[in-house]
Design a protein around this ligand. Structure first.
Ligand SMILES: Nc1nc2c(ncn2[C@@H]2O[C@H](COP(=O)(O)O)[C@@H](O)[C@H]2O)c(=O)[nH]1
Ligand SMILES: [Mn+2]
Length: 398
């Protein structure tokens, strides 16, 4: 947090209570704790909940839920509406040929050629709302992952659902792309928050709400594209956004990297080389602000990953395979390294903390089989190919 954000903070004694849902042994950076403290002293903040995936963010702690009587756009940031949507595929695992599926899912590298106006209208959004990026994943750690559902020791936990052990699933992590960025751009300097009753506050919240719905539609379109490529039908199991503001009776609930948990099922993402989990949230924990951890959380920031993964050729080659025998499709080497599994904390520790805090029960494991990350930047790839070709020619002439 910058100095402009620290202006007007309440003293520590007037700070809002912070509920931490993690143990002493959980990996939490000091910088994230400092951000939590600062957020708890922002004007109008009445309660903060922090989850075990907590880590420092650009403007505030990721892995937290904050109740306030003002709108703090910085706590949400650019990627308004980012979330995880889980879909069950109508495709028997025994029919899956992973190598073929890995080729087919590359359809996500292409722009989407559907009818954006019709899809936007069907979801109650303006037909011209940022059609250009619809159906595409984007960069960072956004992904579309084919997973196999595994049961935990107690099979009957799945009894109330229509998913079963062995089902193939798609977990899509994406947000509102450049739409969210544009919405955030209109209030970039509003560090002291926006009054809900002001024109700027209302205008931001309306645009934010559209971006949240756009992001959810985008995840569905991505999943539909992948399912069609795999020649399967699909059905939605859970749609859990984790970057958003909601108006509640007791205030404005800001979730930054905290999953909306007042829904029946919530995915907890691991990494491309770790299990993810499907959680049933407990309803009777008001201190958790109807929220849960959304993933493992970063252990190392992107910049510090350069020396931690992909340092040798064999290490780099290994980044596109997983210990589950899975494939990773990501043509961008930098992303492969920045998003290497060791950039993340251990999802089992996150799960343990959620269980110990009695916030959620895990009903299934989700084993990664095929992870599609950012598509190749075609111009960059062409430039690289040209350079490579020129180098080869030069060597041949020597
Ligand atoms: N199953 C996978 N999970 C992944 C992958 N890359 C990251 N992750 C997890 O997702 C969350 C997303 O965090 P966010 O703050 O950017 O929304 C992260 O904490 C990881 O646990 C992946 O390839 N597969
Ligand atoms: Mn996200």
């Amino acid at each position: 947090m910058g100095t402009s954000q620290k202006e007007g903070l309440a003293s520590s004694s007037d700070a809002a209570p912070i509920h931490r849902f993690y143990s002493r042994t959980t990996w939490i950076e000091g910088a994230a704790e400092e951000q939590l403290d600062l957020v708890s002293r922002l004007a109008g903040v009445s309660h903060v909940a922090a989850f075990p995936d907590l880590h420092p963010g650009k403007y505030g702690p990721v892995g937290s839920a904050i109740l306030a009587d003002r709108i703090y756009p910085q706590l949400i940031g650019n990627d308004i509406g980012c979330g995880m949507s889980l879909f069950a595929l109508d495709l028997p695992a025994r029919k899956l040929r992973l190598d073929k599926a890995a080729q087919k899912i590359r359809v996500l590298e292409e722009p989407w050629h559907g009818d954006p106006g019709a899809c936007l209208a069907a979801d109650g959004l303006p037909t011209d709302l940022h059609p250009v990026a619809l159906g595409t994943i984007g960069g960072g750690n956004h992904f579309c992952e084919l997973q196999e559902l595994g049961s935990l020791s107690d099979d009957c936990l799945l009894a109330g659902t229509d998913i079963r052990k062995g089902d193939l699933m798609l977990l899509v992590h994406s947000g509102s792309r450049s739409l969210g960025m544009a919405v955030f751009g209109t209030v970039l300097e509003s560090f002291s928050g926006l009054d809900l009753d002001s024109t700027v506050g209302r205008t931001y919240l309306a645009a934010h709400n559209d971006a949240v719905r756009w992001a959810s539609l985008n995840r569905r379109l991505i999943a539909e594209r992948a399912a069609r490529a795999l020649r399967s039908d699909l059905r939605l199991v859970a749609d859990a956004p984790h970057n958003l503001i909601e108006e509640h009776d007791d205030g404005l609930l800001h979730r930054k990297g905290a999953a909306k948990a007042d829904i029946p099922l919530v995915p907890l993402a691991g990494s491309r080389d770790a299990l993810s989990y499907l959680l049933v949230p407990k309803a009777d924990r008001p201190e958790a602000l109807a929220s849960l951890a959304h993933g493992s959380g970063r252990k190392y920031d992107r910049r510090s990953m350069a020396g931690r993964a992909g340092t040798t050729r064999s290490d780099r080659d290994g980044l596109i395979r997983t210990s589950f025998g899975g494939h990773v499709i990501c043509e961008d080497r930098q992303f492969l390294i920045e998003e290497a599994p060791n950039a993340y904390k251990d999802p089992n520790q996150v799960l343990d903390d959620l269980r110990t805090s009695d916030l959620a029960q895990s009903v299934a494991t989700l084993k990664p089989l095929l992870t599609f990350k950012k598509a190749v930047n075609r111009e960059l790839a062409a430039a690289r190919r040209d350079k490579h070709g020129r180098l080869k020619d030069r060597r041949a002439k020597r």
